[in-house]
Design a binder for this molecule. Structure first.
Ligand code: AP5
Length: 220
């Protein structure tokens, strides 16, 4: 099963992709996570990506498409994948179509998380991530049971550099301009499924589950 998760910054794509990955065993593939790990590791990719991320802009397509192609055509993804945050513009969506055509596979559904702007800002600004392993929390909606430390690895929890309000506003503008047109792109293909992301976490998980049952995808 090959899924695309669409939605603006802070919509809950990463949180739901992680939950679904646990339930189904499908790998969670996120360019944002790949870039943040590269930044933590201090690699040349990380240095290049950080410039764009801190400015709230998209990392250039040639870099991003290459990384995603390598991941989704690897043995790990042979049973399928959950693509979270890719594609993010029409050019990337066409590149994904091309990769699927070359491998004889197809995207089964694009799940769009719909959330009001006010909530998106509150979720992004209140998000905390583990500096060591990247696990995600929220100061109010999903706090760590260990306070300022990660429940998974004990690392310190910090705010993402791109989660300052000014950068969040820029990321939302980039979303409207470049990513929102993908909703229509996938609707025309008959692949679009909408989820109300403006609900408590467990309710969103249930709605995603209902969409997947509808598609005939079960938990492992
Ligand atoms: P990326 O990491 O993909 O960021 P994003 O798409 O902006 O999405 P977010 O991670 O902000 O939000 P999310 O929807 O995953 O929400 P989350 O589950 O964390 O990208 C970062 C940057 O990398 C980009 O700006 C760009 O520079 C670059 N990049 C990435 N992909 C690229 C691409 N394809 N091309 C070029 N550049 C690319 O939830 C948010 C918060 O809310 C969390 O704290 C969570 O705990 C909480 N929460 C989640 N669900 C709920 C709920 N139902 N109720 C209450 N709180 C909730």
């Amino acid at each position: 099963m090959r899924l695309v998760f669409l939605g603006p910054p802070g919509a809950g794509k990463g949180t739901q992709a992680e939950i679904l990955s646990e339930k189904t065993g499908l790998p969670h593939v996120s360019p944002g996570d790949v870039f943040r790990k590269a930044v933590r590791d201090g690699t040349p990719l990380g240095r290049r990506a950080k410039e764009y991320m801190d400015a709230g802009r998209l990392v250039p397509d040639d870099i991003t498409v290459g990384i995603i192609k390598e991941k989704i055509t690897s043995a790990d993804c042979s049973r399928g994948f959950i693509l979270d945050g890719f594609p993010r513009n029409i050019k990337q969506a066409e590149a994904l179509e091309q990769i699927m055509a070359e491998t004889g596979l197809r995207i089964d559904a694009a799940v769009d998380f719909h959330v009001s702007t006010e909530v998106l800002i509150e979720r992004s600004v209140g998000r905390r991530v583990c500096r060591s392993c990247g696990a995600t929390y929220h100061v109010k909606h999903n706090p760590s049971r260990r306070g300022d430390l990660c429940e998974v690895c004990g690392g310190p929890l910090v705010q993402r550099d791109d989660d300052r309000e000014e950068t969040v506003m820029r990321r939302l503008a980039v979303y409207e301009e470049q990513t929102a047109p993908l909703v229509e792109f996938y609707r025309r293909k008959g692949l679009l499924r909408r989820v109300n992301g403006d609900q408590p976490l467990a309710s969103v998980t249930a709605e995603v589950g209902a969409v997947l049952s509808d598609l005939g995808i079960g938990e492992r």
